[in-house]
Design a binder for this molecule. Structure first.
Ligand SMILES: NC(=O)c1ccc[n+]([C@@H]2O[C@H](COP(=O)([O-])OP(=O)(O)OC[C@H]3O[C@@H](n4cnc5c(N)ncnc54)[C@H](O)[C@@H]3O)[C@@H](O)[C@H]2O)c1
Length: 271
């Protein structure tokens, strides 16, 4: 399968390395980033044996490389800007910045484009456990979803913290409590989990976000109450060394999804 990647940051770099080192058996045809030198550095570091990978500055260049699947690992803005257009061209997309899909206009544009072309959108959810159970539970009815996220204060945009009245955080502080759709707008790079839970359960989660100057992990606690089950999930993730907002497990989850999509696995576990 011909694969391209938008976003050569923490997650993109893990994916490029996995493909170019042959851990994911697929062909990398193009990379794109608003900082193209990040793509160039990655191809130099990991893909010197593959000189035909295009480093693109716009979507036209990426489409010329004829990818069958594009991984978006960039930003919510990139989802709005590129994903509906890729789908219109019949290219399936893996979306990491899933928070963008809590906006109903973006979700509609994505669904409409996908319906017309038949191209699909895939959302990796391995950074939290249990999404297969939440999806199953939704078939009988989900009554309530609560997410508590704890991250080091460095994981948050300092300007957002200042606006919320947390310019200086010396001990664990609850910096937000409210609806999930508001949380993903306030913290676009921190709580993609909210959107994954919303899409899986059919309910907008209630969200609490904590900043903690001493915490060395990204922790998600999730409670889901449904007709058939009550589910409690707690995940303690190691932050990616290049980006404290992102859990390393999120990148590994994208690798796992790619391995499933490019084929070769004869037994697929999980729904
Ligand atoms: N779904 C999940 O479980 C999950 C988990 C962690 C992070 N994320 C999201 O995945 C995305 C990537 O995460 P990351 O840690 O690799 O981020 P990062 O900041 O390390 O890298 C993002 C890269 O994308 C580039 N970029 C940003 N906007 C762009 C645009 N419009 N066009 C082209 N390039 C653009 C940046 O220059 C940067 O190099 C973020 O939106 C993040 O919030 C999702």
């Amino acid at each position: 399968m011909r694969v391209a990647i938008i976003g050569c940051g923490a997650i993109g770099s893990v994916l490029v390395e996995a493909i170019c080192r042959g851990y994911v058996k697929t062909e990398l045809v193009a990379l794109m980033d608003i900082c193209p030198e990040r793509c160039e550095n990655l191809t130099k570091s990991f893909c010197s044996e593959f000189p035909n990978i295009s480093v693109c500055r716009n979507l036209g260049c990426m489409l010329n490389a004829k990818p069958q699947l594009v991984v978006e690992a960039a930003s919510q803005q990139a989802v709005r800007e590129y994903v509906p257009r890729l789908l219109q061209h019949g290219v399936s997309v893996v979306v990491l910045s899933v928070g963008a899909l809590l906006d109903e206009h973006t979700l509609k544009a994505v669904k409409d484009a996908s319906r017309v072309s038949g191209a699909k959108v895939y959302i990796p959810t391995g950074a939290i456990a249990g999404i297969d159970a939440v999806k199953a539970l939704a078939n009988a009815g989900v009554k309530r979803v609560v997410l508590r996220t704890y991250k080091n204060v460095k994981a948050f945009d300092p300007e957002t913290l200042r606006r919320l009245g947390f310019g200086e955080v010396r001990e664990r502080a609850k910096i937000f409590e409210g609806r999930g759709d508001i949380a993903v707008k306030l913290f676009p790079a921190n709580v993609n989990v909210v959107a994954a839970l919303a899409l899986a359960s059919g309910l907008i989660p209630w969200v609490e976000v904590y900043a903690d100057p001493r915490l060395e992990k990204n922790i998600h606690e999730i409670a889901v109450e449904g007709v058939a089950s009550t589910i409690s999930i707690r995940v303690e993730n190691i932050p990616h060394p290049r980006n404290p907002r992102t859990s390393y497990l999120a990148a590994l989850s994208a690798i796992q999804l790619l391995k499933q999509l490019v084929g070769g696995e004869t037994v697929v576990v999980g729904t």
